[in-house]
Ligand binder design. Structure first.
Ligand code: BG6
Length: 509
């Protein structure tokens, strides 16, 4: 083992999960099948889960425990991705899977859950600890939390176990609904027991931003307005809305990606160093940064935000429908399938430095990265072009080719002093050669051990809604001429113009 791993383990991975039950609302849904059960199985495979562990699936569909186990086996085998399926391990794991069917609006469901938890506690020894996971329609969050509260499920029967709740995004539809949801959840669960999930924070490469910044001495001194010219955060997806047209039509790219994932990434890139790698310390700094983002005035939205929607195109010889032709989408939908914003941070470190964030569906490729562009060299000693054309650029690649690269000038071999930009590269795969846990493995493990560092807090969620709300307001009152970019391209021309106005250009990632 290297020194780095020895340092890392006590903080993140080597913590023991106490006996507990995970109660999943929405057990018949896509997230449970694709992400949650494969992640829990994988934690069992890694011997991260205790003997006293159980899962209780909840949904409307009537099913026996055995039928649920069989369904979950199929899903785990199908969605396990890069891990082997061990039939013996599955047999043991499946014994801990239970199921309760019922309607979220019906108090009888919560009584049945309480009875099942009692049963599971005596059979499996889960010690009264339960983690509720809301993987259901956001419109049902309040009802479910209140149902849990009425049945007394927010506290353990004997008062000696813990009760926690994980809430999936979207956390609110706008600033007002997020606040309302927060206050209703907090009437039932203490804020310390509420885990608002943002799976981007669970990504290894996003966590590595903190390691890169605060585990090294040489980058942080440059990490400010004196040296950084601007920052670009890109989250491009080549897929369209994949059968989620009805949800996506109401959400749009700004809500779906920027309000949560990308503002959290921006917070991680630009926050102050925490005094310790502890849940409150890290979240205090991220929250403070989010509160420092300049909130746009309505007239600023016109020049600091761009809305896009993809139209039909031919990609690789195949016809790709436009957003408005997707199932479940209205023919006149004004939805943003692309959004770009120019943000600034009103603090001493970052005043005046633009943070450009863009995200879109049906872009030319799937890539998420952060590019930090440094200022030009102050004097072009080697000719006019050097130091001007290709300023130093640090790229943190979140996915799919996880790594970090730094661009700088180098002398071309041979006579004279000709310079050319080159890159110095770190690649996760080649450097570590180990399997990377999925975000859901990391986050579920964290919630089970009671570590909320990578979860968002009420103040963070509300601060990020503050940032996007003016854009949502102006966009909802404006009729846009859409679609304005063809599927398979890098978004609308207006986005390039927004940067050009500042003398900047979007990189091609
Ligand atoms: C989800 C969004 O939160 O994140 C999806 O709702 C999006 O629209 C997804 O596709 C992207 O996540 P990832 O991990 O694939 O980058």
């Amino acid at each position: 083992m290297t020194g780095a791993l020895e340092l890392e383990d006590p903080l993140r991975w080597d913590r023991a999960v106490p006996p507990s039950a995970v109660v999943i609302f929405g057990a018949n849904g896509d997230l449970t099948k694709r992400k949650l059960l494969p992640a829990l199985y994988r934690l069992a495979y890694e011997r991260r889960l205790p003997a006293g562990f159980a899962v209780v699936g909840i949904s409307r569909t009537a099913m026996s425990d055995d039928q649920f186990r069989e369904k979950m086996r199929e899903s785990v085998q199908r969605f396990l991705e890069d891990s082997p399926f061990d039939a013996d391990l599955w047999r043991d794991f499946a014994l801990g899977l239970h199921y309760v069917s019922g309607d979220i609006a019906d108090d009888g469901l919560y009584k049945a859950i309480a009875a099942k938890l009692g049963e599971v506690e005596s059979q499996r020894g889960t010690a009264g600890n339960a983690l509720f996971y809301l993987s259901i329609q956001p419109s049902q969050y309040e009802e479910t939390v209140e149902g849990l509260g009425r049945a007394g499920l927010n506290v353990s029967r004997n008062g000696d176990g813990w009760r926690r709740i994980i809430i999936e995004k979207p956390f609110g539809h706008d600033r007002a609904s997020a606040k309302e949801l927060n206050s209703r959840v907090q009437r039932v669960f203490d804020e310390r027991s509420v885990y608002r999930i943002d799976h981007y924070l669970g990504k290894e490469t996003v966590q590595n931003i903190l390691a890169f910044r605060f585990g090294n001495g040489i980058f942080e001194p440059l990490w400010n307005r004196r040296y950084v010219n601007h920052v670009q955060i890109t989250a491009a997806e080549s897929i369209g809305v994949e059968g989620r047209g009805a949800y996506y039509q109401e959400a749009g790219a700004l809500r779906d990606m920027i309000q949560n994932h990308l503002l959290q990434v921006m917070g991680t890139i630009s926050m102050e160093p925490p005094v310790a790698y502890e849940s409150d310390e890290v979240r205090d700094e991220r929250a403070k940064l989010l509160r420092s983002i300049h909130v746009m005035k309505p007239d600023e939205v016109l020049t600091h935000a761009v809305k896009g929607q993809y139209g039909p195109a031919k990609i690789g010889g195949a016809d790709v429908p436009g957003f408005r032709q997707e199932p479940g989408v209205a023919p006149e939908a004004q939805t943003d399938t692309y959004a770009a914003v120019r943000l600034t941070v009103d603090n001493w470190r970052w005043a005046g430095v633009p943070f450009y964030i863009r995200t879109g569906k049906r872009m030319p490729k799937r890539v998420t990265d952060i590019a930090i562009q440094f200022n030009h060299a102050p004097l072009a000693v080697f000719g006019a072009e050097t130091g001007k054309q290709w300023p130093n650029l640090l790229v943190l690649r979140i996915q799919p080719e996880e790594g970090i690269s730094l661009r700088f000038y180098s002398k071309l071999p041979g006579a004279g002093m000709k310079l050319r930009p080159v890159t110095m590269d770190f690649n996760y795969g080649t450097s570590f050669g180990t399997r990377t846990p999925t975000a859901y493995e990391t986050l579920l493990l964290d919630a089970l051990v009671g570590d909320a560092t990578l979860y968002t807090r009420q103040d963070m969620v509300e601060a990020s809604w503050e940032v996007v709300q003016p854009v949502l307001d102006v966009w909802s009152e404006t009729k846009f001429d859409l679609p304005n970019y063809a599927a398979g391209t890098w978004g609308p021309a207006a986005s390039d113009e927004m940067l050009a106005g500042q003398g900047h250009v979007w990189r091609v990632p």
